[in-house]
Design a protein. Structure first.
Length: 309
């Protein structure tokens, strides 16, 4: 059995900015692990198959939230019902939302790798946190959203600049736009036409401001809007319905600290099965990666154990 297999995404912004990181990781791992560099999404499957065959105990992910989502999806596909390895997030992305929520790890990619090797070499037990993932149309991740969430990400990605400051700028500009009644807030709050069923029951809306779910409470910038996300392993917390801009602005503090927001026209429940259907493709996100589909099904996925700092 081998120790640590690190899957490195050379296309993440942080790894592009620091191209020598991969050599540092290899030097730190030494005999205790291997660095894998998939050339495509399909290649990740082959890498994970090799990791499973060789019995690696820990899979390190060097990339951001999107990289984590893509690799976790392939890990679940390959391992199926077999016991999953421990996962270590090396914080190789811009936002590192999943790492912030689950791992509590700080520091550089090489610094985190060094701690992993030291713990393994000295046979120290790893502190871990188990979390379910969301299953969205057979893909796995921690955060899902359509409507407002997809609209916000369209704005977030449009000029190529990303990061926490960019998100804050969008929030502040949206508040100002709502006060001044400009078109910017209408773009963010553009509703989607859809039919939503939660555990088989059809909701009484034809348009939705948002349909959102998460397996982690902290969905970025310490916002805990999906405040029951970690409550039950076999349920997902979903919010779906309509809201005006000022309704959301008035509840920003509740959404930030993780209190029940009490929207008048948003269903706020724990569920086993959520289906979103539309006559036209809906944009939606899984952990920051964007997709489109006319039929979206969400269910609880398996539990995954992440190494904590």
């Amino acid at each position: 059995m081998k120790a640590i297999g690190i899957i490195h995404n050379p296309r993440s912004k942080k790894n592009i900015k620091h191209p020598h990181t991969i050599e540092k990781i290899r030097d730190i791992l030494g005999k205790y692990g291997t660095v894998f560099v998939p050339s495509s999404l399909d290649d990740i499957v082959e890498v994970v198959k090799e990791i499973k065959k060789d019995g690696y105990e820990i899979i390190g992910i060097n990339g951001g939230d999107g990289t984590n989502h893509q690799i976790i999806t392939r890990i679940i596909e390959v391992f199926k019902d077999d016991r999953l390895p421990l996962i270590a997030h090396l914080r190789g992305g811009t936002m590192n939302t999943v790492s912030n929520a689950l791992c509590g790890i700080k520091g550089s990619v090489s610094g985190i790798t060094r701690k992993l090797v030291e713990h393994y070499r000295e046979n120290k037990p790893f502190k871990t946190k188990a979390s379910k993932v969301l299953n969205i149309n057979g893909k796995y991740g921690f955060m899902f959203g359509t409507g407002f969430v997809a609209n916000l990400l369209d704005v977030y990605y449009e000029d190529g600049k990303t990061g926490p400051i960019k998100v804050l700028q969008i929030i502040y500009k949206g508040i100002a736009s709502a006060i001044l009644s400009t078109d910017y807030i209408e773009r963010l709050f553009k509703p989607i036409s859809a039919e939503v069923r939660i555990d088989g029951k059809k909701l009484n809306f034809h348009e939705y401001f948002v349909v959102v779910s998460s397996a982690i409470r902290n969905i970025g910038l310490n916002f805990r809007a999906i405040y029951r996300a970690e409550e039950l392993p076999d349920r997902i917390h979903v919010l779906a319905g309509k809201a005006e801009a000022f309704e959301v602005i008035k509840r920003l503090r509740k959404l930030y600290v993780g209190h029940e927001p009490n929207f008048k026209h948003i269903v706020d429940v724990l569920a086993r099965h959520v289906e979103v259907k539309s006559n036209t493709p809906l944009k939606y996100t899984i952990d920051g990666d964007m997709y489109e589909d006319t039929n979206i099904i969400l269910t609880p996925g398996p539990m995954i154990s992440y190494i904590q700092g």
